[in-house]
Design a protein around this ligand. Structure first.
Ligand code: ADP
Ligand code: ZN
Ligand code: MG
Length: 486
């Protein structure tokens, strides 16, 4: 079968660190980058005889994600022990949820490659993170070949968000992750910081004959440290599986690792070597009960979600859907935009244009997500107001923006001080036009001889004569009048 006769089937599992102050089952603080083993206690160190207590805020944050994705929150869910041995897991099991997760159902709407798709969620469950094994040290010579364990991360609260196998391309998978990251940040459940490991993703990939209804043998890919890696790994894995099937080879269900250097995946363990975790309900923790009152309380505190907000920006402010979506890249950015519109309600479209093309271009990705803006919303509003009322030209405004960012001074003060007020009076513009025409008889003759393209050159000359402050509309009109005369 040629490649085009196969279709990929993808399901994603995303681990997402919840933004709580303390850990999942003890009072230790959740910290990143602290000296090793300084944020630990007998509970998260796994000492015998200690008792875990579930963190209420952890459950609340998970409920926010569940509500944001349209999941059903179960009244009763159960913490289970997932048993395995590893040096970063001293108590020999991870507390997770297994057959009774916190939330089920729900979906995320993904737009990719020109189509819209509902990616169904299978479940959202709670679990705790393990510690971290460290294999490299600055004092390498003393510890060559040794590994140490840092248990600061042990017991950090996570949710795992599992999709149904509804995705059918690497591009869709990437878009899903981008949307989900925006959502967990939007509802303040997670900082969504991939570099610090707040988001971790496993991709399950299979292929099957196009239009088939039976799922193919799946491969789970681990070690995906960025969204770009997820995309690359899926692309590579689809190619590998299709090539194997075309060569008449059977695929085996296995776990593979992505190797960033080669862009390929490599066998880690096969199904036969899969671990049996011997899940059972954790006897130290009672059932997790979420009553109606708690659900209502969490629902009442939910913000307007990104899609609804973008739709409102379109209907209330007349923004094109694509612009509204960009303005809703993050909640702080959408808040910024709305504050600017409140300060200058007459031109929401221009405010969006300035925000998207001028401000965001001057910002880092991290600043965009955090909404760390270079000028206050009122400053952007004042700048656009002065363009709208004809005080300054758009071109001058762009130059002015650089000064506004550098000095933080009021727009009107800078306009006055720098003599930037636009010249709209016909008198001085007419004088400048006359002088340019008189000084350049050869160009005038060329223009009148049919070289209409030379018009732009005249505009440039007149603008230069007016130190760049001429009102472009008036300059164009008077210049055309003068050139078309006789
Ligand atoms: P496991 O029991 O191996 O953990 P699950 O059924 O729990 O498998 O599914 C884990 C993830 O793999 C889910 O996101 C699911 O949608 C996805 N998945 C399951 N089967 C397939 C398949 N044949 N191809 C692609 N993804 C799959
Ligand atoms: Zn602790
Ligand atoms: Mg599973």
């Amino acid at each position: 079968m040629p490649t085009s006769d196969f279709e990929p089937v993808i399901g994603l599992e995303m681990h997402c660190q919840l933004k709580t102050k303390s850990k999942a089952f003890c009072a230790c603080p959740v910290v990143f980058g602290a000296p090793p083993n300084t944020a630990v206690c007998p509970v998260c160190l796994g000492y015998p005889g200690v008792l875990p207590v579930a963190n209420r805020e952890m459950v609340t944050l998970a409920m926010r994600v569940a509500l944001a994705t349209g999941c059903t929150i179960e009244e009763t869910s159960v913490f289970a022990r997932k048993n395995y041995f590893y040096p970063d897991l001293p108590k020999g099991y991870q507390i997770s949820q297994y057959d009774k997760p916190l939330a089920v159902g729900g979906a995320v709407t993904v737009r990719a490659g020109g189509s819209v798709k509902q990616v169904r969620l299978n479940r959202i469950h709670l679990e705790e993170d393990a510690g971290k094994s460290m294999h490299e040290f600055p004092w390498e010579d003393v510890l060559t070949g040794a590994s140490l364990v840092d248990l600061n991360r042990s017991g950090t609260p996570l949710i795992e968000i599992v999709t149904e196998p509804d995705l059918s391309s690497a591009e869709e998978a990437h878009e899903y992750l981008v949307l989900l990251r925006r959502l967990v940040r939007w509802v303040d459940a997670s900082d969504g910081n991939m570099e610090e490991g707040s988001l971790r993703c496993d991709a399950n990939v299979s292929v099957r004959p196009k239009g088939g209804t039976v799922l193919g043998t799946k491969v789970e890919i681990k070690n995906l440290n960025s969204f770009a890696h997820v995309k690359k790994a899926i692309e590579h894995e689809i190619e590998r599986q299709v090539a194997a099937l075309e060569a008449g080879k059977a695929l085996v269900q296995e776990t593979r690792l992505f190797e960033p250097a080669s862009g390929a995946t490599k066998t880690m363990r096969s199904k036969e070597e899969a671990m049996d975790y011997r899940y059972f309900p954790d006897p130290d923790l009672g059932a997790l009960v979420v009553d109606e009152a708690w659900k209502r309380e969490v629902a009442a505190a939910m913000p307007e979600l990104p899609e609804a907000r973008a739709a409102r920006f379109t209907s209330a402010f007349g923004l094109p859907a694509a612009d509204a979506d960009l303005v809703c890249l993050s909640r702080p950015l959408a808040d910024y935009y709305e504050a600017a519109v409140a300060a200058h309600p007459k031109n929401p479209k221009a405010l969006a244009n300035w925000l998207l093309s001028e401000l965001l271009a001057k910002m880092s990705d991290a600043d965009r997500h955090a909404g760390r803006m270079p000028v206050a919303p009122a400053v952007l509003a004042a700048l656009v107001r002065r363009i709208d009322d004809g005080t300054i030209s758009g071109k001058i405004a762009k130059e002015l923006l650089v000064d506004l960012i550098a000095t933080g001074r009021p727009v009107d003060d800078l306009v006055k001080e720098k003599g930037l007020v636009q010249i709209s009076d016909e008198g001085p513009i007419r004088d400048a036009v006359a002088k340019v025409l008189a000084d350049n008889p050869a160009q005038v003759a060329t223009y009148r001889g049919g070289k209409a393209a030379a018009f732009g050159w005249f505009v440039g000359q007149v603008m230069k004569a007016l130190a760049g402050r001429g009102n472009p509309g008036v300059v164009n009109r008077l210049l055309r009048d003068a050139l078309e005369k006789d």
